[in-house]
Design a protein around this ligand. Structure first.
Ligand SMILES: *Cc1c(COP(=O)(O)O)cnc(C)c1O
Length: 315
C-alpha cells in the first residue's frame, strides 16, 4: 500500500522576498520564502505534508478514526480535523485547558466536524496519557482509533520533511540556509536529514523542553548515521514568556513581513522564526550574502485566535 495519501498541493511555491531581505540587512536577491502555508488542505500549513504519511499509516493499520492532541489554538489539531474529513475518518481532538469560545483554529476544528475533549491543566505528557484513555474508550466501544502524536512529530512526520527538502533542492542554490520554526521538532528534523545540519537553522518556540535533543532523535530515526544534538543550529532566544505569548520581537517580525511583502505570519511559530532570522543577521550568524530560505509553515488561523492579535494592527 502507498506510504502517503494525497491531501495537499505540491510542490509549494518558492518566492523571492527582496523588500523583506533589504529590511533584514540581507542582499536583495538572497532571500526566498518557501510557501508551505499554501499546502491547500484545511487552511494550509506544514502539518499537511506530515498528515499525508500519517493518515496513510492509519488507513494501512485499519484505523476507523483519528485522535490527536494539542493546544486550544493548535494548527496541527485543525489540520488533523481537516485530514480526517478528507479521508472519511472521524476525529477526536484532545486539547489542553478548558472550553473556550470558537475562534481561529478552534472554530475550524468545529467546522471540520471534530469532536473536542478538553484535558484541563495537564502538561504535554498528561495530554498524551489522556489521548490514550480516549483511545481505550473508543476501542472498548468496538472502534479502532489511530493516535497521531503531538505536532505530528514521529518518524513519518520527519520523513515528510525530508521529502520537502528534496522538493526544495530543485528550487534553490545548494548552499542555502533554511530557517524554520521548531515546535514539536519533526519539520526541522526532516530538513536536517534532507539538507544537512549546517544548512538548517531552527528557532525554538517553547513547545518542548529539550528542542535540540528532540530534533536530533527524530532526524536520527530517518538517517543512516545518528545525529548529535550538538551539531544542530538552534536558537532559543525567541521564546519570551512562553509558547502562547506574543513577544515584541515576533510582533515586529509579523508586521515587517506584512508591510514589505504582503505576507501574513503568525504570532507563535513563523513570527518567532522570522524574529530569529532577524537576530541571526544582526549577530552575524547569517552573513548578508548567504542565500536564505525562510519556511513559511502556516498558522494564519492562529493569528485570528490569538488573544493579543489586535495589537498587531497598530504601529
Ligand atoms: C507545528 C508548526 C510548526 C512547527 O513544526 P514542528 O514540526 O512541530 O516543529 C511551525 N509552524 C507552524 C505554523 C506550525 O503549526
Amino acid at each position: 500500500m502507498d506510504t502517503t495519501v494525497s491531501l495537499g498541493t505540491f510542490p509549494t511555491p518558492l518566492e523571492p522576498a527582496p523588500r523583506l531581505a533589504a529590511a533584514l540587512g540581507l542582499e536583495q536577491d538572497r532571500l526566498w520564502i518557501k510557501r508551505d502555508d499554501l499546502t491547500g488542505l484545511g487552511g494550509g500549513g506544514n502539518k499537511v505534508r506530515k498528515l499525508e504519511r500519517m493518515v496513510a499509516t492509519a488507513l494501512r493499520d485499519g484505523a476507523d478514526s483519528l485522535i490527536t492532541t494539542g493546544a486550544a489554538q493548535s494548527n496541527h489539531a485543525r489540520l488533523t480535523a481537516a485530514a480526517g474529513a478528507r479521508a472519511g475518518l472521524p476525529v477526536t481532538l484532545v486539547l489542553a485547558g478548558e472550553p473556550s469560545p470558537p475562534a481561529g483554529n478552534l472554530l475550524l476544528d468545529g467546522l471540520f466536524g471534530a469532536r473536542i475533549r478538553w484535558a484541563g491543566e495537564r502538561g504535554p505528557g498528561g495530554l498524551a496519557t489522556f489521548a490514550d484513555e480516549v483511545a481505550a474508550e473508543l476501542t472498548s466501544a468496538g472502534g479502532r482509533p489511530a493516535v497521531i502524536p503531538f505536532g505530528g512529530s514521529n518518524r513519518d512526520g520527519a520523513a515528510a520533511y525530508a521529502d520537502a527538502a528534496r522538493e526544495l533542492r530543485g528550487q534553490v542554490p545548494a548552499d542555502a540556509v533554511s530557517v524554520v520554526a521548531l515546535g514539536s521538532g519533526g519539520t526541522m528534523a526532516g530538513l536536517v536529514a534532507g539538507l544537512g545540519a549546517p544548512h538548517v537553522l531552527g528557532v525554538h518556540v517553547g513547545a518542548v523542553p529539550e528542542p535540540a535533543a528532540v530534533v536530533a532523535g527524530l532526524a536520527g530515526a530517518i538517517t543512516a548515521e545518528p545525529v548529535s544534538a550538538g551539531s544542530l543550529r538552534v536558537r532559543t532566544d525567541q521564546v519570551g514568556a512562553g509558547y502562547s505569548t506574543l513577544t515584541s520581537q515576533s510582533a515586529e517580525a509579523v508586521r515587517l513581513a506584512a508591510r514589505t511583502e504582503g505576507i501574513v505570519l503568525d504570532p507563535v511559530y513563523t513570527g518567532r522564526a522570522m524574529a530569529g532570522l532577524t537576530a541571526a543577521v544582526r549577530d552575524g550568524g547569517i552573513g548578508p550574502d548567504t542565500p536564505v530560505v525562510f519556511w513559511h509553515t502556516g498558522g494564519l488561523p492562529g493569528l485570528f485566535g490569538h488573544r493579543d492579535a489586535a495589537s498587531l494592527a497598530g504601529q
